[in-house]
Design a protein around this ligand. Structure first.
Ligand code: PML
Length: 255
């Protein structure tokens, strides 16, 4: 049996009372890891580059083994760029080649650039029309209940690739769960941490890191999932929020 551990932290009160989102975390853990990891989550909420949380919600629930599905880790490509403009150009090209329309691509960038506050979750956007498909405003759809199956090998492999940081580790797990949803064609993401400018596109079952998708010091960030026009949105949201998923790495990737 594993435990789903979910943390969300805000400053200025709870998210639902208008607090500013500071940090969130999602893990599926064995019992013996609970104390250590939850302590680290709390420390993170209290010492984050976005501020010091005065609201921390930590939820721990058991997850039955038979409920868990496995999905593959995505292969990674890093695209080094020297400006936000060139990073966004690369991102847009990748999205267009995945079949997202120009209109939907421009709409997604517009939405991320014009957030009033940072998003806790992701926007679901129609890949053809660019229309928003969820009704969750700036909260968005939070992808929950996922983790890497073999954390030790994963961390050793990330270090060997020069990628050992919390952003990459968590984004790779989330992106793998999202890419496994048959209704989703691509994802666009950049961080809401003011000191982290690398973002990514997932498309064609690959994680494309782009080293600059926003300016240093920018507090706005979030995720857009591009969804097929005929998708069952309720079913998709149910999968993203509730289906427990372990991400498994291909032996060759992490050897
Ligand atoms: C986040 O941490 O909020 C998103 C991180 C996106 C990029 C992670 C990477 O460097 O691959």
């Amino acid at each position: 049996m594993l435990y789903s551990v979910r943390m969300r932290a805000a400053e200025g009160g709870a998210h639902e009372c208008g607090g500013q989102h500071i940090s969130g975390a999602e893990r599926l853990l064995r019992e013996e890891c609970l104390e250590d990891i939850t302590k680290k989550m709390i420390q993170r909420a209290l010492t984050h580059s976005r501020g010091k949380a005065d609201f921390i919600n930590l939820t721990i629930e058991t997850v039955k083994d038979e409920a868990i599905t496995e999905v593959p880790l995505l292969p990674i490509t890093t695209c080094p760029v020297d400006s936000v403009d060139s990073g966004r150009e690369v991102a847009k090209k990748l999205l267009l080649s995945a079949g997202i329309t120009q209109k939907a691509v421009e709409q997604a960038f517009y939405e991320l650039d014009h957030l009033q506050t940072s998003m806790r979750g992701a926007m679901l956007v129609d890949m053809i029309t660019g229309n928003r498909l969820d009704a969750l405003a700036e909260r968005g759809v939070r992808v929950s209940r996922m983790d890497i199956a073999d954390e030790k090998s994963f961390c050793v492999w990330l270090t060997s690739q020069g990628l050992e940081n919390m952003h990459v580790r968590e984004a790779l797990v989330l992106a793998a769960k999202v890419a496994a949803a048959p209704q989703i064609v691509a994802e666009l993401c950049w961080s809401d941490d003011p000191d982290y400018v690398t973002g990514y596109i997932t498309a064609d079952q690959r994680y494309h890191r782009i080293t600059k998708l926003k300016e240093m010091g920018d507090w706005q960030g979030g995720r857009v999932f591009f969804v097929k026009p005929d998708a069952d949105i309720a079913k998709l949201i149910q999968y993203l929020q509730y289906q427990p998923v372990l991400v498994t790495a291909n032996e060759e990737m992490i050897r």
